[in-house]
Ligand binder design. Structure first.
Ligand SMILES: Cc1cc2nc3c(=O)[nH]c(=O)nc-3n(C[C@H](O)[C@H](O)[C@H](O)COP(=O)(O)OP(=O)(O)OC[C@H]3O[C@@H](n4cnc5c(N)ncnc54)[C@H](O)[C@@H]3O)c2cc1C
Length: 347
């Protein structure tokens, strides 16, 4: 109801629908203001997954609010949130099966049959938290059989992988005790990818159990263009990622030496790591880049891929981030409940 009441205010956004943020900045005469441009290019890259020149304006403007709202931090790391969700599902009577990969999904009368590592499961409705290409593979669907999945898969393939440094460092004198982020750019005129742009999440001093006393974890990431990574022969992918990670270390040493000089432990990761440990085809992360275009609004309301089969996760609206995927999940659950006649009243 609240949104319905605000609709007239949203009408002010109509002229910028389908246009890049750059056009809006130009309208206000600030497109060439380098400090703002650099800040927004970095912000858009880590949220809507492309820079100011390409980013769909309303999506990009929503992320500009971060500066004022700040970001949330899960004490104990994202795993703590995952365990909390598992406990809630169990408390509500659900069952969570770990290490039970779904290997196949087949429509059967009245629902679906899922073949899993720990046996067969029958379901009236399936909500798949997968990339579109992974869902297509589970279904064994031929190309062209599910055009919506094909389209989404192409959009994801035009996106990104990530190169990572997972570091433990002694906290330098004067470091903020709060969990915080650093956004580092080596050359503002070059693309904000491949180690030129780094996003660093620093854990808080009160984040017990993540690092030895007096130390913090630093999660350092940069965007890897998947199309370029995919086009390389497998033997060259490793050296490509190695070069990016070297550039990341240089950037950290130049722009955050207080942390870089105090690193005591380091692990790395690449698109191959994400593919192996999170089961994401090709190591694709970040969902669908929100490049200017009206197509993004076609998927604002959850709808099944086929009867009884739904998608959630960062490839569908509203897109990437823990919060966005959670909101998308809640909306999808409400739609499924409505279909099954289980929806509760309320606004
Ligand atoms: C480097 C990096 C940094 C990020 N930083 C932040 C941040 O600071 N804040 C933020 O909000 N977001 C951040 N994100 C984004 C956030 O991680 C994603 O938006 C979110 O994880 C997407 O959730 P998802 O449920 O779509 O997919 P996933 O998190 O990939 O979850 C899918 C799950 O399905 C499981 N799975 C896959 N295949 C199968 C199968 N066949 N059978 C059974 N299970 C299967 C996987 O194991 C996985 O647990 C970051 C992402 C990256 C890559």
């Amino acid at each position: 109801m609240r949104h319905a009441a605000s609709t007239p205010r949203y009408a002010a956004l109509l002229p910028v629908l389908g246009r890049p943020l750059e056009g809006v900045l130009a309208r206000f005469g600030v497109a060439g203001f380098a400090p703002l441009r650099q800040y927004l290019d970095g912000l858009c890259q880590i949220t809507v997954q492309c820079g100011v020149a390409e980013a769909e304006a309303p999506f990009a403007m929503a992320t500009m609010d971060y500066y004022f709202r700040g970001t949330g931090h899960v004490r104990g790391g994202i795993g703590a949130l995952a365990w909390a969700l598992v406990r809630v599902v169990e408390r509500l009577g659900g069952e969570v099966r770990m290490a039970s990969r779904v290997r196949s999904l087949e429509p059967v009368p009245g629902g679906f049959r899922a073949g899993t590592r720990s046996g067969e499961i029958r379901a009236r409705q399936v909500i798949a938290n997968l990339l579109p290409q992974d869902l297509r593979a589970l279904l064994g669907a031929a190309p062209g059989a599910l055009p919506r999945l094909d389209r989404l898969a192409r959009d994801v393939e035009g996106g990104w992988g990530a190169a990572m440094l997972y570091l433990v460092a002694r906290a330098p004198e004067g470091a903020s005790a709060a969990a915080h982020h650093l956004e580092l750019v080596q050359d503002p005129r070059a693309p904000f990818t491949e180690g030129n742009h780094l996003f660093v999440s620093v854990s808080g001093a009160a984040d017990e159990g993540r690092a030895p006393p007096g130390h913090r974890t630093l999660t350092v990431s940069t965007h890897v263009p998947l199309a370029k990574h995919r086009a390389l022969p497998p033997g060259q992918q490793g050296s490509y990622i190695g070069a990016i990670q070297a550039r990341m270390r240089e950037g950290l040493a130049a722009l955050a030496p207080e942390w870089s000089e105090n690193v005591v432990h380091a692990l790395t990761a690449s698109p191959r790591t994400f593919a192996r440990f999170t089961g994401r085809a090709g190591g694709a992360v970040g969902g669908v880049p929100r490049r200017a275009g009206l197509g993004h609004y076609l998927s604002v309301w959850p709808r099944p891929v086929q009867d009884g089969l739904w998608m959630v996760g960062d490839s569908v609206f509203p897109g990437q981030s823990t919060l966005a995927t959670a909101i998308g999940g809640v909306r999808t659950a409400e739609s499924v409940a409505r279909r099954l006649g289980l929806a509760r009243g309320g606004g």
